[in-house]
Design a protein around this ligand. Structure first.
Ligand code: ADP
Ligand code: ASP
Ligand code: MG
Length: 408
């Protein structure tokens, strides 16, 4: 008998009919002999609605109260799903994050899970119940409700699976697996049978929102077998696992992109030791996370300094930078919040040359100007104008023939 944690995202529980379908699916899995823990998201659109309500009251809502508000969406779903299961004669019980005791730190709106007391869940399973848990939420040591960041129900599911040593954690969503890129942008994207934790982590952190980054981190750390599947159709989905010898490794496994970026530029900065620190220190102090950084080679004793931040932080970063520029006597500050980052990901890059030139050639053929480049062992990222996102992704998808299965 296997213990399976299944997570259903917003679209999968988006209406009463869909909740009924989830109940039917769960009952079928139980009939096959599995013990089940279900983790669910808020019904689709609900979390966005709650976030909007908060901002209608305060432009910068109190984080503790924000979490009390946005965590309510999931509580609706757990109760409805448990009712649906009970009505079908399948004993079920719902729990909020604080009831099941998902202990987190106190970083409201982006809390990290510290531990889970799984005794209550085990007790229910032993008594033959299906356990239904609210995703995305936890409780800190003082008893305050916390949330885990957007997409956080994935992390709840993986953490539950790790705590219970479940046989598999299944993420049911509105696509039937992890694709070579977001199928909404490239219809020729191909479903992957398997992807390594390392690549999935890179894809998630570079913007692929199919899994929350922390869920992938957690699954890798605790070696939780993780699978992404469709809640609407049957199929094998995508298994996320460690690399093994038999795995046929394509050079490039996918393309990720991030629309949430903005670029800032300081020109004519005096080229002397400590300048990068002088520019980025105040940015960090303002709690703004910096992503890519480029400093040009100096000429005439001055240099240009460029970096990217989350689009939400663009205005704030611009203000901080203008103050710094005055202090440093820099020539000018400018910025652009209509940029995106496109990244190629693949562990095979380690052993293959020429990936970057193929990438730049494909973008050049479409006359797409590259504004910034950054590389690491298994990825290459470029920053381009927002209007080139779709074209850029599709041209790279074609250049690396990602629509075709790699030949063995
Ligand atoms: P859920 O509400 O079930 O958590 P999400 O919207 O968070 O669902 O994640 C699923 C979506 O992720 C898909 O609809 C798809 O548009 C998007 N996505 C982005 N990149 C990928 C990818 N590489 N493979 C599959 N889906 C992707
Ligand atoms: N409901 C939350 C969100 O929309 C968490 C989740 O769905 O994973 O971000
Ligand atoms: Mg999600």
């Amino acid at each position: 008998m296997a213990l399976i944690v299944q997570k259903y995202g917003g679209t999968s529980v988006g209406s009463i009919e869909r909740i009924e379908q989830v109940a039917a699916k769960a009952i079928a899995a139980r009939a096959a002999g599995d013990d089940l823990v279900l983790v669910v998201s808020a019904m689709s659109g609900e979390t966005n609605r709650l976030v909007k309500l908060a901002h209608a009251v305060a432009s910068d809502p109190d984080p503790r109260e924000f979490d009390v508000l946005v965590s309510t969406g999931e509580q609706v779903t757990i109760a409805l799903l448990s009712m649906a299961l009970n009505r079908r004669g399948c004993p079920a019980r719902s729990y909020t994050g604080s009831q099941v005791h998902i202990l987190t730190d106190n970083a409201h709106t982006k809390a990290r899970i510290l531990g889970i007391d799984e005794a209550r869940v085990r007790g229910d399973l032993e008594e033959g119940r299906v356990v239904v848990i609210a995703g995305f939420q936890g409780v800190d040591e003082q008893g305050n409700i916390t949330t885990l960041g957007r997409g956080g129900s994935d992390t709840t599911a993986v953490a539950m699976a790790a705590a219970l040593k479940a046989d598999e954690c299944q993420i049911y969503t509105d696509v039937d697996g992890v694709y070579t890129t977001d199928p909404r942008v490239e219809p020729d994207a191909r479903r992957l049978d398997r992807i390594t934790f390392e690549e999935m982590l890179e894809m998630a952190s570079l913007g692929s929102k199919v899994l929350q980054i922390r869920a992938v981190e957690f699954a890798g750390k605790y070696n939780v077998p993780l699978r992404v599947l469709s809640s609407f159709e049957d199929g094998p989905g995508t298994l996320i696992s460690y690399e093994d010898e038999e795995m046929e490794q394509p050079v490039i496994s996918g393309i990720a992109f991030n629309r949430d970026e903005a670029q800032l530029l300081m020109r004519g900065v005096p080229d002397r030791p400590g300048v990068a620190y002088h520019i980025l220190g105040p940015v960090g102090k303002a709690n703004i996370e910096v992503d890519m950084i480029v400093q040009n080679v100096g000429a005439d004793g001055t240099t240009d300094f460029t970096f990217t931040v989350h689009r939400n932080d663009y205005q704030k970063a611009l203000e901080v930078l203008e103050a710094t520029a005055r202090e440093l006597g820099a020539r000018e500050v400018s910025g652009d919040n209509k940029i995106v980052k496109i990244s190629l990901v693949g562990v095979g890059m380690r052993s293959h040359a020429g990936i970057a030139s193929t990438m730049f050639e494909a973008l050049a053929n479409e006359a797409i100007n590259i504004r910034m480049i950054s590389t690491s062992e298994i990825k290459i990222s470029v920053v381009v104008d927002e209007k080139y996102l779709e074209l850029g992704v599709r041209s790279l998808h074609a250049a690396f023939q990602l629509d075709q299965a790699p030949v063995a």
